[in-house]
Design a protein. Sequence first.
Length: 463
Amino acid sequence: MSGPPIPGYHYLAHLGSGGFADVFLYEQQWPRQKVAIKVVRPDIPLSDREKALFTSEANAMALLADHPYIVSVMTAGVTRDGRPYLVMRYCPPPDLGVRVRANPMPVADAVSTGIKLASAIETAHRSGIVHRDIKPSNVLVTVYSEPALTDFGIAGGLHDLEGDHDVRISYPWSPPEMLNGRSNGSVASDVYSLGATIWHLLVGRSPFSIPQGDNSTRALTARILHASPPATHRPDAPPALDRLLQQCLAKDPDHRPATALELALGLQRIEAAAGFPRTPIAVEGGGSEPPPFRVDDPDDVDATRLKPPTAVSALAPVPAAAPTAGPGRSRRRTAALWTALGTGALLAVGATLFLTAGSGGADQDRGTPLPPSSQRTPGDPAPQALLPAPSLSGQRQDGWVRFTWGGADRQAGDTWQWTRTDTGAEGRTVRRSLRLRAEGRVCLEVRLVSDRASSAWADDCVR
């Protein structure tokens, strides 16, 4: 197969084909460089729908072209026979899905890649763009071994999705609400697909596929709609990573991380706790910023601050904590990214966003504090035997959210472990309730922990 003649470009090779376009490798004549050119296939009728899809992709990728983890569009045009084309930065094959199929990524690399892709997706969302087709094969790899999100061909505007009556999906990575027609795509659906993609990087297959099993579209759809989100079963994966990915794959969109940025922050906390190399979050672009979590403690210098454009530094490795005046006080971890330009140490143009890895401070009722000797390090593996998950419900009352739980068979010496999945705050208590001060969405996980066994996690979110 040969690419069409395009003035200013010399055809080199065929790279691949998609649903309605072929991708070719060309050499740009001036300035000389290799580029990838995506051309609508000659057998595809150029209906208004196909023209709109191609125009949407060109506009979306051009709007996001400066992001380091999105494939940039350099220009666009129409061939002599009337087929639209896009000229894009060339990323050598294979795509990330092929690369990890036989050799899944090390955990540290998968977490780092997830942070980078979440940066790209958050930037798209802030620009009013929902990707709707995030999957491993749509992540290319640059010559510098960095991930680059591509194929915005079915992307949609945040405010125009409900009127879209012809939605194309990739079944293994699509959320339940898109499979059953309840949604045409949303921020929550992109978060689901990114979580499924990270899961794939760790395991080498999509979350609900079964090796040597029935992976037909019908079987996959049934499992995505009804089966519980699976764990990766990687012995080297921190339990917190499995919990975060299972939260991304929640059936209820309200139980997933609220934004791609929230997912990136969760991955950063995992990096810090595991001592992995730090990965910064690169969030730039237009769109309104998500509201920061309300912190009333005047001494809490780690409060979330958001300013556009944004570069979010990775979390530093957690140092040994010095004894604090009160038991049960949570550690707070922060980091900031400073860029020096030139010998004059000119501060880089842009703003630095200082983000809290886990917050709580004086704004939460931590319950009865436990002696230091009985505290378990966050992220310790749970005992293998699982008790049934407790019942959990939350209710908002005048700026506070009160969670209550019960049902599990608690005995003397057992404790309740809780984790705020929206901020990373965590703790232990012997009470069956927890009160938190928060104006926005609050998500909590609770389980019973004892020497004999631990229960499964229960989770609930209150808006």
